[in-house]
Write a protein that binds this ligand. Structure first.
Ligand SMILES: [Zn+2]
Length: 229
C-alpha cells in the first residue's frame, strides 16, 4: 500500500458505523484511524444525488459523532450505503495490485465474466457486481447503489464482492474472518487469471460447474466455518 489507500468500515448499529479517516493508513491503524459516523445525513446526501465537493465535505464532517473528529474519507458515502444492507457488518475496500491489474486492463469486464476455481466461488461468491469507472465519491456511491440494488433484485441476496473498474475491490461480510478470506482469495484469483490469460487463454468453469460448487453441501459447510468469528 502506498499513501492511505483503501478503507474499511464496521457497523456499530443501524444508525452508526466506524470508517477510516481520510489519509490514515490501515497498516498503522490505531484508535485515531477510525471515525464514528452517523448514517442518516450521509444517506440524505446520497439520495439528493448532487452536491459540490465542499458541500460533500461539510456533510461528511457534520456526520462525525464520536470523539475523534478527523475527516471521514469521501468513500464514506459508499460505506453508508453498504452499512444499511441487512447482514453486512464489515466493508473492506482495497486496491490490490493483482486485482487492479485486471480492473485497469482493456478487457476487465470480459476477464471477470466467469469463475475459474472452486475456492474462488466459496470465498468470493458465484457472481460479483462490476462497476464501470465513474468519478469517485458521490457519483461512484450512486452507481454502486444502483448496481447492487439490481443485483439484489435478481439474486435475492446482497453481493459478496464488488469490483470497480480502474479503482479496486470491495468485499461485504458479516464476519472479519470471511471478509479477510474473500480479500485474500481475490488477490490469488486475480493473479491466476492474469497468468492463465498469458498462457493462451482462461479456461472458465461452465455456469453449471460453478453453480454446483456454490450449492454443494461440503462447500456450504466450509463457507459456514469461514463465516464463524
Ligand atoms: Zn478506493
Amino acid at each position: 500500500m502506498i499513501l492511505g489507500e483503501g478503507n474499511t468500515s464496521v457497523g456499530v448499529d443501524e444508525q452508526t458505523f466506524y470508517v477510516k479517516a481520510s489519509g490514515t493508513e490501515l497498516r498503522t491503524a490505531d484508535e485515531n484511524t477510525f471515525v464514528l459516523v452517523k448514517r442518516e445525513p450521509v444517506m440524505d446526501l446520497l439520495d439528493r444525488g448532487q452536491a459540490t465537493d465542499s458541500e460533500i465535505d461539510s456533510v461528511l464532517n457534520a456526520a462525525v459523532v464520536g470523539e475523534n473528529k478527523a475527516k471521514p474519507s469521501v468513500e464514506t458515502l459508499m460505506h453508508a450505503y453498504f452499512q444499511g444492507i441487512p447482514g453486512v457488518k464489515y466493508v473492506v475496500h482495497t486496491h490490490p495490485i493483482s486485482v487492479n491489474s485486471i480492473l485497469c486492463s482493456k478487457n476487465a469486464f470480459e476477464l471477470l465474466s466467469g469463475r475459474i476455481f472452486p475456492d474462488e466461488i466459496v470465498c468470493c461468491g458465484l457472481e460479483h457486481v462490476f462497476v464501470p469507472y465513474v468519478d469517485p465519491g458521490l457519483t461512484l456511491a450512486k452507481e454502486i447503489r444502483q448496481r447492487c440494488e439490481d443485483y439484489m433484485a435478481v439474486h435475492g441476496r446482497p453481493p459478496r464482492s464488488i469490483l470497480m473498474q480502474n479503482h479496486g475491490l470491495i468485499v461485504l461480510s458479516s464476519s472479519t474472518k470471511e471478509a479477510l478470506s474473500a480479500c485474500k482469495m481475490w488477490v490469488k484469483a486475480a493473479t491466476i487469471l492474469m497468468n492463465a490469460a498469458m498462457l493462451g487463454g482462461v479456461n472458465y468453469l461452465t455456469p453449471e460447474q460453478a453453480a454446483r460448487i456454490e450449492h454443494r453441501p461440503d462447500e456450504e459447510y466450509r463457507r459456514r466455518i469461514l463465516a464463524k468469528e
